[in-house]
Write a protein that binds this ligand. Structure first.
Ligand code: CA
Length: 227
């Protein structure tokens, strides 16, 4: 698996630990990383530049990791690995049902962290890589898509948009990200053009019998697959 375009957001108030994690993630997986030292900046960052995974320290200035995890979960399915200082805390956190994907205890070996990051990413991909979510089936080779057995007759751009959105159900993609994902194949030159393609895609999904809006628009921010 290639991790080089995966963006890991590190939320950690101790610069030395953050730097250590960044070094390891760069060396071991060629991940892209970004770093925040405050809890109260996370939500804004997840909106403006959605990461593929968040490494989230528990004790943070501004807002603690528990509250950050709750707020992020309320709007995104991005995988979250929580980092705690004491192993006893993990039990308590599990009891809170925060929806974190994994827990790591300090002191950790950077090697362990990278292994966990890769495992969580593999898990989140393997649920969707078959191109099948709910009743939706995408055939890459044929560039065709079906919903509950009804063929969708998508244009290549619509197919590509749908494929990107369902690669990570629940993840919010900004218009820029959607444009970038497709730039190599199709030239979508403006935000407006993305909106138009999405509008057509939604119309086709609903005509094919989608009971609700599978592609959800998040006002001012972008789109996500809500299925
Ligand atoms: Ca801390």
């Amino acid at each position: 698996m290639d991790y080089s375009d995966r963006h890991i957001l590190i939320v950690e108030d101790e610069p030395k630990i953050a730097a250590l994690l960044e070094d390891y993630l760069h060396q071991q997986g060629e991940f892209n990383t970004s770093w925040l030292a405050r809890g109260d900046e996370v939500l804004e960052r997840v909106r403006s530049d959605p990461p593929d995974l968040i490494l989230l320290d528990l004790m943070l200035p501004g807002m603690d990791g528990i509250e950050v995890c709750k707020q992020v979960r309320a709007q995104s399915a991005v995988p979250i690995i929580m980092i705690t200082a004491r192993v006893e805390e993990i039990d308590r956190l599990l009891g809170l049902e925060l929806g974190a994907d994994d827990y790591i205890c300090k002191p950790f070996s950077p090697r362990e962290v990278v292994a966990r990051v890769k495992a969580v990413l593999r898990r989140s991909v393997s649920t969707t890589e078959a191109g099948q979510v709910d009743g939706l089936k995408l055939d890459d080779a044929m560039h065709s898509a079906e919903l509950d057995g009804n063929e969708l007759q998508l244009t290549p751009v619509e197919f590509s948009l749908l494929k990107t959105l369902i690669s990570q159900p629940g993840r919010l993609f900004s218009r820029d990200q959607l444009m970038n994902k497709m730039y190599s194949d199709y030239r979508i030159v403006s935000d407006r053009a993305v909106d138009t393609h999405i509008k057509n895609l939604r119309k086709k999904l609903s005509t094919a019998g989608a009971g609700k809006d599978l592609v959800e628009s998040v006002y001012g921010l972008g789109y996500r697959y809500a299925g």
